[in-house]
Design a protein around this ligand. Structure first.
Ligand code: FES
Length: 244
């Protein structure tokens, strides 16, 4: 078994009145976050579209991406809401006296520490987005399992806005996906309330989802709150549209 490598990344004095400090761990930008007596270490990059989380609001053990509002669990790194579907990287952190150490070797359960009592071996059950939990394997045929949110997003990428020629996921039109008993509800918007392609996009979105194994029905709920802005596009979409 290889020994875990710890590097000193900062000091408690650097916090001042702040609840976070920016550091470098394993050559990547990271945040050390203080919440009460507990410290967390996370990579400072949103997995949705690369936005730094530096200024993200922190509450109830989660940090919110300031760009499109994805939230991540500080302990596990798991996404808690759309549009992010992938976890952020987390690191083990230990406070030794006034000094803060972090380790890039950390398994997820080693992600936080307290100043008084280090907890590198605290057992944590990583939480998943509720809609991403597959049904009990072994008791249900695979064809009857509801698909994962990531797979549904991949399918929705087949739906292309006929005016912009960019798929609706990269355009940032899909706000949320929930699934219960294989009934899927997608909350999404359009680039404008009067978008003439709206009915076509909605029909295609419903169609691609209902053709997936494990989906009984798909409902598309339109919302104009928040209204779509070009800021919601991914870098891929901006590349395709030649926006820099
Ligand atoms: S870049 Fe973070 S939610 Fe989009």
């Amino acid at each position: 078994m290889t020994e875990q490598y710890w590097e000193r990344v900062g000091s408690l004095r650097e916090f001042g009145d702040q609840d976070r400090i920016s550091v470098i761990i394993d050559d990547v930008p990271a945040l050390i976050i203080r919440s009460g007596e507990t410290y967390y270490a996370i990579e400072d990059v949103c997995t949705h579209d690369g936005q730094p989380l530096t200024d993200g609001e922190i509450s109830e053990g989660q940090i919110e991406c300031p760009r499109h509002g994805a939230r991540f669990d500080l302990m596990t790194g798991q996404p808690k809401c759309m549009p992010a579907t992938q976890p952020i990287r987390i690191f083990a952190v230990e406070v030794r006296g006034e000094e803060i150490f972090a380790s890039s070797d950390a398994p997820e359960e080693n992600s936080s520490a307290t100043a008084e009592k280090q907890s590198p071996n605290q057992a944590v059950q990583p939480e998943q987005l509720s809609e991403e939990k597959p049904a009990e394997a072994g008791t249900t045929p695979v064809s009857e399992l509801a698909p994962m949110v990531g797979d549904m997003l991949d399918e929705l990428k087949k739906v292309v806005d006929p005016e912009l020629f960019v798929n609706i996921v990269d355009l940032g039109l899909v706000y949320d996906i929930t699934e219960e008993n294989q009934d899927v509800v997608v909350t999404m918007t359009l680039t404008s309330p009067a978008c003439p392609a709206g009915p076509q996009i909605i029909s295609q979105a419903r169609g691609v989802l209902e053709s997936m194994p494990g989906v009984k029905s798909a409902e598309i709920k339109l919302t104009m709150s928040p209204p779509w802005t070009p800021e919601m596009m991914t870098d891929d979409a901006r590349d395709q549209l030649g926006i820099f």
